[in-house]
Design a protein around this ligand. Structure first.
Ligand SMILES: [Mg+2]
Length: 123
């Protein structure tokens, strides 16, 4: 842990400890974890439901809203890190590799200012 901020690997160990102490390993099958991550993502989306982009920017100035959002972001990430643990995926390495592909797939010369929608991909 550098500067008191845990690394992703340290968070994986912390989450694993939480699960093992409660004998929940039996429930932490990869498919159940993926379902749970998706459910938590739904809870995150619920915070934005029926709000315009302008309203969301206002809500983000509110401490209670931001705290609720941080809680849902954490819930999603905890399940994703748990999946990494179960599947022996090093998350930092996976993100670096994916970003290398994204840099290749979306060169600045072609994609600057363009949303990477399916419509734009056929150009
Ligand atoms: Mg939640």
């Amino acid at each position: 842990m550098s500067d008191g901020v845990p690394t992703l690997d340290e968070l994986i160990v912390l989450i694993r400890k939480f699960v093992q102490e409660r004998n929940w390993e039996q429930y932490n099958k990869p498919s159940a974890l993926a379902v749970s991550a998706s459910i938590e993502m739904g809870e995150l989306l619920e915070l934005f439901q029926w709000k315009s982009d302008e309203e969301i920017m206002e809500y983000l100035k509110d401490g209670a809203f931001k705290s609720a959002l941080a809680g849902e972001v954490a819930d999603v990430m905890i399940y994703l890190l748990r999946i990494c643990d179960k599947a022996d995926i090093e998350p930092t390495e996976a993100i670096v590799e994916k970003m290398k592909l994204n840099f290749e797939k979306y060169p600045v010369e072609k994609w600057e200012g363009k949303a990477p929608s399916k419509l734009n991909r056929s150009e």
